[in-house]
Ligand binder design. Structure first.
Ligand code: ATP
Length: 318
């Protein structure tokens, strides 16, 4: 049996400004993504004998590793949808014939429902793996088309496909690369229980309706300058997340974790995306490990250190 394995990375939003809800239900965002070293690997196990001409080419999916028990193992999994989206596009546009049947294996290193784009990373990895499989016999798609297919799968999928440091606008899917110097070191604290992204956005709307002044933080100029200095202390002063207040309001453990991180000496702490993961920016790898050790000794659920920026999705084997 042949395999194709693609790695894709999680992210933290250094800036997450949330504007009004749009007619389509999405909120208008101005965000700065940084990809982190935390990653998942999506492998397509390619059947040597059976081929499929119509319907999904995926016969099954297994997930192992971090939070694997919360990862759906059916066609709703974003990796499964990633393969189907790519294959359906080729069938509709390029008259694709039969393809081998595949099974999907996911090794999770990114927390699930943690605000770190774990599912999106798997969608991007699967899209790329399926593209590699299909282009063994068909012409390749250009980057713009791949990005558009990624955006169909989810707002964070184009970024996890590309990686690095990017400004995201629209619902986060319209990307512009940003200049960033140096490596940034993070201590991350995970939660036992995830938070559903739509719930956090909905709660932000509620808090605003009740008169709470939360953002919208739509200006990233100071952060952009700080990123060009390569100085973590400068960057720490410009982290912002409009979803932090609703995430904290929904989950009191987040406020405690943020407070503990501050006391452990982190340069700054922020809720990652829609949470509940908390990300603490540190001066160095050693500093990040010290901060994490401190937090773990205070009894937080679990955590890891990570560095950024990391890559987008890329082939590691196959
Ligand atoms: P984001 O930061 O993009 O808002 P998130 O990191 O908070 O997302 P995900 O890990 O992407 O959240 O998972 C959100 C939900 O998506 C999960 O609760 C799960 O039911 C579903 N899901 C579908 N496919 C996957 C996958 N491959 N890995 C993890 N979750 C998945």
């Amino acid at each position: 049996m042949r395999t194709i394995s693609v790695r894709a990375h999680g992210k933290v939003n250094l800036h997450l400004g949330v504007g009004d809800a749009r007619e389509d239900g999405y909120h208008e965002l101005v965000t700065v993504f940084q990809s982190l070293s935390l990653s998942d690997v999506v492998t397509l196990e390619i059947d040597d004998e059976e081929t499929v001409a119509t319907g999904s080419i995926v016969s099954g999916l297994t997930a192992t590793g971090l939070d694997a028990a919360s990862v759906p193992q059916d066609a709703t999994n974003l990796a499964w949808r990633g393969v189907d989206t790519l294959v359906d596009f080729y069938r509709a546009r390029h008259g694709l014939g039969s393809l081998p049947r595949v099974r999907i294996r996911i090794e999770k290193g990114i927390p699930t429902a943690g605000g770190m784009a774990g599912g999106s990373a798997d969608a991007a990895a699967a899209l790329l793996a399926a593209h590699i499989l299909v282009t063994e016999t068909m012409p390749a798609l250009d980057q713009t088309t791949l990005d558009a297919l990624a955006a169909e799968l989810g707002s964070d999928v184009p970024f996890t496909l590309r990686g690095g440091t990017m400004l995201g606008t629209g619902r986060g899917e319209q990307l512009t690369p940003m200049l960033s110097r140096g490596r940034y070191h993070w201590a991350l604290v995970f939660s036992k229980q995830g938070l559903a992204t739509p719930e956090v956005f909905g709660h932000l709307d509620q808090l605003r309706d009740q008169g709470r002044e939360i953002g919208p933080s739509l200006d990233t100029t100071d952060l952009a300058h700080a990123l060009m200095t390569g100085n973590a202390e400068e960057v720490a002063g410009h982290l912002a997340n409009d979803l932090q207040a609703p995430a904290v309001s929904l989950r009191s453990d987040i406020a405690r974790t943020l407070d503990l991180g501050k006391r452990a000496g982190a340069l700054a702490g922020i809720v990652s995306g829609s949470g509940p993961t908390c990300a603490f920016l540190c001066r160095s790898e050693l500093h990040a490990r010290d901060v994490l050790d401190d937090l773990l000794s205070e009894g937080v659920y679990s955590g890891a250190t990570a560095t950024g920026p990391a890559h987008g999705a890329y082939l590691i084997d196959g």
